[in-house]
Design a protein around this ligand. Structure first.
Ligand code: Q9C
Ligand code: ZN
Length: 341
């Protein structure tokens, strides 16, 4: 399969994140995509191509245009206010009991358009964020041209981003944008989210719709980020009733629990009658992931790819999380190689 990639992802490199009460170097870093790209080349997965520079108008199909405009302008507003070149970071959110009104000043806007402090913005972040959308959209074009599979090596990731909020290292929801455009082209799309964290943004975007099926395997929200969505009683609403399937697993889960849950997800995708699959491909289920608590091993990712391939669907893989950088190339390529075997 083809891999879509651009060096522009490197333009997003947040200095640090607040984790476990300490400022740490950001886990979501450029080395992640670099190591995946080099492994893709090493295993000879297929050609690596540059994204088509079509712009990001497709983002407005699932995102509030005001939010996209905020992302584009945020760092400049921040720098005009703070003026020291530092990363823009939110710290105050319109939580319960507070009003949902967009403030005029940048620190307020940052809180209004986010749900956590995991999304620093640097001077050049938006160029990388926009390139991620183009990487995903170029994957869409390949699928519509009849490819059996493609790998959009996006960075930063996207599945936590809602229609109007960034969070969890995610700004624009690459997988949701791809699924929306494929749906508009007449495909019946299912999204399978195998990132360790629940894809709250993707779920929220499609929750009231019956035309896109969303299923996710992830750390149980009673234990794991993003904590406030991802329970198994979230089955969709209105026309979307039945088109959302969450499969939360407890901390410590290994392939003996994960494999059967993946079977359940795949059976539901088949029952939905999907003719196109979008995979939110996060590799933070790995046993050595520094921020996660599942126990998948490198060989398990071959099984994961094989199981997804058994659906027999054209499949667009969109890169999401995974922070055990050294093993990230092997684990990612294992899914794709397993899929193709
Ligand atoms: N104790 C993605 O994988 N912080 N985002 C977790 C851990 C946020 C992960 C804190 C993790 C976001 C795309
Ligand atoms: Zn994740």
């Amino acid at each position: 399969m083809k891999t879509i990639y651009t060096d522009d992802h490197r333009l997003h490199h947040a200095a640090c994140e607040l984790i476990g009460g300490k400022m740490m170097p950001a886990f979501e870093c450029p080395q992640r995509a670099d190591i995946v790209l080099s492994r893709v080349r090493q295993v000879g997965l297929g050609p690596v191509i540059a994204p088509t520079r079509m712009g990001i108008s497709a983002a407005a199909k699932v995102h509030d245009p005001k939010f996209v405009g905020f992302l584009e302008s945020a760092w400049a507003l921040w720098d005009a206010e703070h003026g020291d070149g530092s990363d823009a970071l939110p710290m105050t959110w319109p939580a319960r009991s507070l009003r949902q009104i967009e403030p005029e000043t940048i620190d307020g806007k940052l809180g209004f358009f986010s749900f956590d402090a995991g999304c620093g913005l640097t001077k050049t972040s938006f160029t990388a964020i926009a390139s991620g959308v183009e990487v995903a959209m170029t994957g869409v074009d390949l699928m519509l041209a009849g490819e059996k599979a493609a790998f959009s090596l996006c960075r930063p990731p996207g599945h936590h981003a809602t229609s109007d909020q960034m969070g969890g290292y995610c700004y624009l929801n690459n997988a949701a944008i791809a699924a929306q455009v494929l749906t508009e082209a007449g495909r019946r799309v299912a999204i399978l989210d195998v990132d360790y964290h629940h894809g709250n943004g993707t779920q929220a975007i499609f929750y009231h719709r019956g035309d896109v099926f969303f299923t996710s395997l992830h750390g149980h929200p009673t234990q794991e980020y993003p904590y406030f969505l991802g329970y198994d009683d979230e089955t969709g609403a209105g026309e979307g009733e039945g088109a959302n399937l969450n499969l939360p697993l407890r901390w410590g889960s290994a392939w003996d629990a994960y494999g059967p849950a993946l079977d359940v997800a795949c059976d539901a995708i088949a029952k939905f009658g999907a003719d196109m699959l979008v995979v939110s491909l996060g590799l933070d289920t790995f046993e050595q992931d520094p921020i996660s608590k599942f126990k998948l091993k490198s060989d398990d990712y071959l099984r994961m790819g094989e199981r997804i391939a058994k659906l027999g669907l054209p499949t667009l893989f969109i890169f999401e999380g995974g922070y055990a950088v050294e093993a990230l190339g092997v684990n990612t390529a294992n899914v794709l190689v397993g899929f193709e075997s």
